[in-house]
Ligand binder design. Structure first.
Ligand code: MN3
Length: 226
């Protein structure tokens, strides 16, 4: 399988709802590594609950909502998130929150992995151009993540002309809601870190940056830049 196929079959297809049956449903994507693969930075128990309980609940609640709108359920989820105003009132909140939760976490799991090398290729140049250095980039990400009040995400978004921007969102909102496609996001909900780090979000952010799968992020950046 080529790297490009891997990305398409992972991050992107995870957002597509099966288009064959009358009432397509989404399913919880498998983690691409073992529950304890991110130890000691992210503990196995947190991964088990975060993926198996929190993400599963987003999947279940999205399916309940889409079951009432089978035609809508045939659309790719990222398209629904990019055009929430076209989603009927009766399920708009569910698509925004549970659909957002499903899309955000499906990308998040792939963004993480056992610690290895840093960014590669075009991403290195864009990080230097946008932030000056990898260290400055990670500092800005941590500062932005710390600045999210309550539950939310910090995002890195391709911004055209080889540049990247950092954005934050509350709850399960994301750049998709503004019609953009995120490169990756870091979950700063307490459920992502409370068992190990309690209130110490700064420590969690430092830890999660140790387990970013830069191979995946670099390849996704090349793909989104095409
Ligand atoms: Mn989460």
């Amino acid at each position: 399988m080529t790297r490009r196929n891997l990305i398409i079959s992972g991050a992107l297809s995870a957002f597509h709802l099966g288009a064959q049956s009358a009432a397509p449903t989404v399913t919880l994507p498998k983690l691409p590594y073992a529950l304890d693969a991110l130890e000691p930075f992210i503990d196995a128990r947190t991964m088990e609950i975060h993926h198996g309980k929190h993400h599963q609940t987003y999947v279940d609640n999205l399916n309940k909502a889409l079951a009432t709108q089978p035609e809508l359920a045939k659309q790719p989820l990222d398209q629904l998130l990019k055009n929430l105003s076209a989603v009927p009132d009766s399920i708009r909140g569910a698509v925004r929150n549970s659909g957002g939760g499903h899309a955000n976490h499906s990308l998040f799991w792939q963004t993480l992995g056992k610690p290895k090398g840093g960014p590669a290729g075009k991403l290195v140049k864009s990080i230097e151009k946008s932030f000056g250095s990898q260290t400055a980039f990670e500092d800005k990400l941590r500062t932005a993540g710390l600045g999210v009040f309550g539950s939310g995400w910090v995002w890195v978004v391709p911004n055209g002309a080889d540049s990247l921007s950092i954005e934050t969102s509350p709850n399960q909102d994301s750049p998709w809601n503004a019609g953009k496609t995120p490169l990756f996001g870091l979950d700063v909900w307490e459920h992502a870190y409370y068992l190990k780090y309690q209130n110490r979000r700064a420590d969690y952010l430092a830890a999660v940056l140790k387990v970013v799968n830069w191979d995946f992020v670099s390849a996704r950046y090349e793909d989104l830049s095409k």
